[in-house]
Write a protein that binds this ligand. Structure first.
Ligand SMILES: Cc1cc2nc3c(=O)[nH]c(=O)nc-3n(C[C@H](O)[C@H](O)[C@H](O)COP(=O)(O)OP(=O)(O)OC[C@H]3O[C@@H](n4cnc5c(N)ncnc54)[C@H](O)[C@@H]3O)c2cc1C
Length: 382
């Protein structure tokens, strides 16, 4: 960590989880990243290893196979991932989002059916909201789920789905009432194993995060049992909105990991490389740039820690969560860009971690709600 201080929400147990996670990400993701990049997905064996180490579904209760911790345990894993520079393993979606939809809105049967397998990595989860025609405006989705006896018949397509090509199950945002706008949106759990009418399209070629499986999915007359509806009745837009607070903290945790690592790496690099008879760090511009970046890292850290504490006490509101997502990702991109500059040409070479951070960071300002949407949420609270 660039800051010597421990984050305020780290106790001994969270510290141990973070250390375990860093070892895992360095060993299984970073060391093998060429392979994951080439195949645009991480092998299932890595998920199983993460499960074995207790790094999946950390905050899911033990009775459902999870780690029985708090969301702080999950956040320590996401932060470690950002610090190590891995954006390939879609665990923030799997453990941080999908498992929590099932936990919060699933009935006993659904929780028992999905969560234990998700905690071991045997069942991989995805969330399908975005469609080719709509992303930010979620109420405009057109994937339909029309009731036919004991089943819904699902038709439509999704895009940009993290873990999409590898997932065993997906929490799918559908329109159970296509004419009802936001009120017509519901969430269905779709079992993708042996699922007639379901097809994976392209795995998408992205600017960064190459090892991540980001895929197009299509559903043609897929029959989903009515018992797979999440929640007691149709109408799941509120469920989507309620989970967003936690999702935005996840992005913040990844961002702080990357910001702190970028500064750390760049200080070390500029102190080691010589030009004009002294180290790069001895140029006042370099030292001042890094002084500014470190100040940004520190202020981001304090703000994030404060919001995490609020969340752990059940007090984080939507506007603060939006500020975390907006502010930390803007700072992540700005700091990483400034660090690339201080590296010179080496900063543009993918063999250097700073170059990977540069390409992996950009999308943080776009997904989980574009930053402009975050500003809209903040503005509404004023
Ligand atoms: C790598 C990656 C992984 C993803 N993973 C998932 C996933 O697992 N599941 C999933 O469902 N989706 C996923 N997404 C989709 C992601 O959440 C959307 O891309 C995002 O919500 C933006 O939607 P859009 O791309 O359709 O952009 P649009 O909605 O078309 O918006 C384009 C731009 O318009 C502007 N804009 C939009 N709305 C507003 C507004 N209200 N106010 C001001 N400006 C606005 C913003 O600048 C925005 O960036 C992923 C995307 C990427 C790139």
């Amino acid at each position: 960590m660039a800051t010597k201080r421990k984050p305020s929400w780290y106790d001994d147990e969270i510290t141990a989880v973070a250390e375990l996670a860093r070892g895992f990400f360095d060993r299984e993701l970073i060391a093998k990243r060429e392979q994951w990049d080439a195949q645009h997905r991480v092998d299932r064996s890595v998920w199983l290893e993460a499960g074995k180490l207790g790094l999946l579904c950390c905050s899911i209760p033990e009775e459902y196979g999870g780690g029985g911790g708090t969301f702080a345990h999950d956040l320590a894993v996401f932060e470690a991932q950002g610090y190590c520079g891995d954006y390939a393993l879609g665990n923030s979606v799997h453990s941080g989002i999908v498992a929590h939809y099932v936990l919060e809105y699933g009935n006993e049967e659904q929780k028992k059916a999905w969560l234990p397998g998700m905690a071991t990595g045997e069942i991989l989860g995805a969330i399908g909201m975005t469609e080719p025609g709509t992303g930010s405006d979620l109420k405009a989705i057109t994937t339909s789920a029309i009731r036919d006896g004991d089943h819904y018949v699902v038709n439509g397509s999704k895009t940009f789905i993290t873990n999409g090509g590898s997932a065993d199950m997906i929490v799918l945002a559908v329109k159970t009432d296509p004419k009802a706008g936001a009120k017509g949106v519901s969430l269905l759990i779709v079992d993708l194993r042996d699922c007639e009418g379901f097809a994976v399209g392209r795995v998408l070629d992205k600017v960064g995060q190459h090892g991540a499986d980001t895929s197009e999915l299509s559903f043609t007359n897929v029959r989903v049992p009515v018992s797979n509806l999440l929640g007691e009745s149709e109408g799941g837009f509120g469920q989507l909105m309620a989970q967003l607070v936690q999702e935005r903290l996840i992005i913040g945790a990844q961002a702080i990991g990357t910001i702190e690592r970028a500064v750390e790496e760049t200080v070390a690099y500029t102190k080691a490389r010589q030009a004009f008879g002294h180290s790069l760090f001895e140029f006042q511009n370099t030292a001042f740039e890094l002084a500014e970046c470190q100040t940004i890292a520190r202020t981001c850290r304090v703000f994030l820690d404060n919001c995490i504490e609020d969340h752990l006490n059940g007090q984080l509101d939507g506007a603060d969560a939006a500020m975390v997502k907006y502010w930390l990702t803007e700072q992540q991109c700005a700091v990483v860009d400034r660090c690339v500059q201080l590296y010179g040409g080496y900063g543009y070479m993918r063999e250097y971690p700073i170059a990977r951070m540069y390409e992996d960071s950009r999308v943080q300002k776009i997904y989980a709600g574009a930053n402009e949407v975050m500003k809209g949420i903040i503005a509404k609270s004023l």
